[in-house]
Design a protein around this ligand. Structure first.
Ligand SMILES: [Zn+2]
Length: 700
């Protein structure tokens, strides 16, 4: 294999404003861990790094809400998150935090270097300012309508709906997330990374260089941004929580969180190197190093455009080889949401299913949102456990260990002549390491785990067909050969399952007294090239567990998940749903007083929708032609998820006709149709008699 020998593997730094849930695990941390464990088993040098992202506006907002300091918030969640990762066997070589001194120093120096080299532009611009809160509104301090897709809750720096990254001043109808008031524009001075200057380089490096090896969902997003044209991007903010801007004129300003966060991968590597006496630089600066970023799709722009441009500007770092971003995982058909408590929290899962980390890892990988959003359901979780882990993997191992102990006091028997079936089975077994490796190397973890389960299926079928429990009465010699072959498959499973099911692998190795986890001197040693490459060992001619080797006692690998356990989880989600609906029924607080003059400025007319069609490539937008009595005009409305175009033609609606025209996706919208929503949160045309519209529901 001519792959690089050194791997720097990063997993997205989690925001330290809440605990970790299954969506995080499925999207980022389990795949990253499978990859890191696999590479270590191949004898590669691996730095698998991560850390808590402790800056950024969500933390300040959370602190304000809870009446504590931002430091209190990050201390609390850093601890919970770190423990969750440890509990689920995410094998980081280092888990740091961006409040660490080494990070502040690294990020400051990085900024200073680019500043000194003249890589930034400095500009005084008008930025959104909340007069009530007396502060500038950056990033998540402001929400408004996304200029690209029309999503109404887009943040100042990024739209979570379409993933587009933009400047806060691009938002349509911006609103302060702190006070709810309409921001004003105020002058402020900032440093910008001129992304436009990197456009042709990005074009060459990603669009031409990585067309084939990057995932299509990642490549497609990056292409659409580059095709739209990149603009200079402010890398400093008027905030007080973060890393101070280390240059003249930077007083009262901090680095933009997405400038400092990815540098956190470098600081985490430095921290690790310091602890272990290694040199960090080859992991970031040597051409023989493969840098791979594991992230969720909401972070693509930062890892594929902004961070690489920063690295390129700095000049001495390697660039990411791949950014295998995943799509999102949903839970029982709904979007996972921290604020709505629609999640399976890792610390809670372990209380309900103690010792069953691998079951969740397995179910999440089997259903990983690798190419499209996917759904986690408790029924699927139960089925994956009971029908696959228990019935196939667990059943096979249990038979092998129990029968070997029963027939031979746990000593691997001497095989006789192999039958054709034996030869075929062993040949098939030897092919799996390369098959699984190839899937992992192409970031297809779902497929890789499927192949692992096929190894267990191979063993299960072999025993079921050969029936040693029947033959033992008539042909004892043949049973020795069968059990010998079955023991080789069981041992291969112990190695091959390690990246996916680390706890199971460890248990299995203990049971077979095989490999690293074995306790005694009799343990089978690995003889691969690096001395212990157990993966390649499977493919060698020699046996994995030789005759005469003593295995240990059987332990239960997996246990059945009962219907009651699943019902309990479903009931818990039902209760969350009921609580959210009760919350929704509370009317929003009244807005500021409007004078009669304010009101009379609005020109409201009755109109009829005469044409309706979907806006291409926008999930929420419909393009309508409305007869207002004055004219027939175009109105773009964010109602596509609630109505089919053909159902609303001919509908009478209330139209605000003198709203300043605005362009949405290149189509000029001349007015607004008044809507409200029913108790399920579905948009309905303004008609208070409509079923389910509650008193106090806002018309907008
Ligand atoms: Zn958007």
């Amino acid at each position: 294999m001519n792959s690089p020998k050194r791997y720097t593997i990063t997993a997205a730094l989690p925001y330290t404003n809440g605990p970790i849930h299954i969506g995080h695990l499925a999207g980022v941390y389990v795949p990253a861990d499978i990859y890191a464990r696999f590479m270590r088993m191949q004898g590669r040098e691996v730095a698998f790094v991560c850390g808590s992202d402790e800056h950024g506006v969500p933390i300040t907002i959370k602190a304000k809400k809870e009446g504590v300091s931002p430091q209190d918030v990050v201390d609390k969640y850093h601890k919970i998150i770190k423990e969750s990762f440890e509990d689920f066997g995410i094998s980081f070589d280092n888990y740091s935090r961006t409040s660490a001194e080494v990070h502040h120093k690294t990020a400051s120096e990085f900024f200073k270097k680019l500043y000194d080299a003249g890589k930034f532009t400095e500009e005084t611009t008008q930025q959104l300012y909340d007069e009530k809160a007396e502060q500038f509104l950056a990033d998540r301090f402001v929400v408004g309508t996304c200029p690209k897709c029309g999503y109404e809750e887009s943040y100042g720096d990024q739209c979570e709906k379409c993933g587009t990254s933009h400047n806060a001043t691009d938002l349509i109808n911006p609103k302060s997330a702190i006070t709810g008031s309409k921001p004003v524009l105020k002058e402020t001075r900032h440093w910008f990374l001129p992304l436009d200057q990197y456009e042709s380089w990005l074009n060459e490096w990603i669009l031409e260089g990585h067309k084939k090896d990057w995932k299509s969902n990642v490549y497609g997003q990056v292409k659409s941004w580059i095709d739209d044209g990149l603009r200079p991007r402010a890398v400093t903010r008027d905030l007080d929580w973060g890393i101070p801007v280390p240059v003249e004129g930077g007083e009262g300003k901090v680095l933009y969180v997405w400038f400092d966060a990815p540098i956190g991968y470098i600081s985490s590597t430095k921290e690790w190197a310091e602890k272990t006496g290694k040199d960090w630089e080859p992991f970031w600066k040597n051409e023989d190093t493969k840098l791979v970023h594991f992230i969720g799709k909401d972070n693509i722009v930062f890892h594929c455009v902004i961070f690489p441009a920063m690295l390129k500007a700095e000049g001495s770092y390697v660039l990411p080889e791949n950014v295998p971003a995943n799509e999102f995982l949903n839970l029982e058909g709904n979007k996972l949401s921290t604020s709505k408590n629609w999640a399976v929290w890792l610390h809670e899962y372990l209380e309900e299913f103690p010792g069953q980390q691998d079951v969740l890892r397995y179910a999440l990988t089997a259903n990983a949102p690798e190419t499209k959003d996917n759904d986690f359901t408790w029924k699927d979780f139960q089925a994956r456990n009971n029908n696959e882990l228990v019935a196939i993997f667990g059943n096979f191992i249990n038979r092998v260990v129990v029968l070997t102990n029963k027939y031979y006091d746990g000593i691997v028997p001497e095989p006789g002549e192999f039958s054709e079936v034996d030869e075929q089975t062993l040949a098939e077994l030897k092919a799996y390491p390369a098959v699984i490796a190839s899937s992992i190397e192409r970031y297809r973890f779902r497929e890789a785990q499927g192949e692992l389960m096929n190894v267990a299926r191979l063993g299960n079928k072999y025993l079921a067909d050969e029936e040693p429990w029947k033959l033992i009465k008539t042909d004892e010699e043949r049973v020795k050969t069968i059990m010998y072959v079955a023991l080789q498959i069981a041992s291969a499973l112990a190695s091959l399952s390690e990246p996916f099911l680390p706890y199971t692998a460890e248990k299995l190795k203990r049971m077979l007294d095989y490999g690293k986890a074995s306790s005694e001197a009799t343990a089978v040693a690995f003889e691969g090239d690096s001395g212990e490459n157990e993966w390649e060992q499977i493919n060698k001619e020699s046996s994995l567990v030789p005759e005469g080797h003593q295995i240990g006692k059987g332990e239960l690998l997996f246990s059945k998940v009962e219907d009651e356990q699943i019902q309990k989880q479903l009931d818990k989600l039902e209760a969350t749903k009921a609580a959210n609906i009760a919350d929704n029924k509370k009317a929003e607080p009244q807005k500021e007083i409007a004078t009669f003059e304010d009101f009379s400025k609005m020109d409201l007319r009755v109109g009829t929708i005469v044409e309706a069609g979907k806006m291409p490539k926008a999930n929420k937008l419909l393009v309508l032609k409305v007869d207002t009595g004055l004219d027939v005009r175009t109105i773009v409305s964010g109602i596509a998820e609630s109505f089919k175009p053909e159902d609303i033609i001919g509908k009478k609606v209330t139209v605000l006709v003198n709203l300043a025209p605005r362009k949405l996706r290149g189509v000029e919208s001349e007015g607004m149709i008044l809507m409200t929503e029913n108790a399920d949160g579905k948009l309905v045309f303004l008609n208070p008699d409509e079923d389910g519209v509650k008193n106090g529901t806002v018309i907008s």
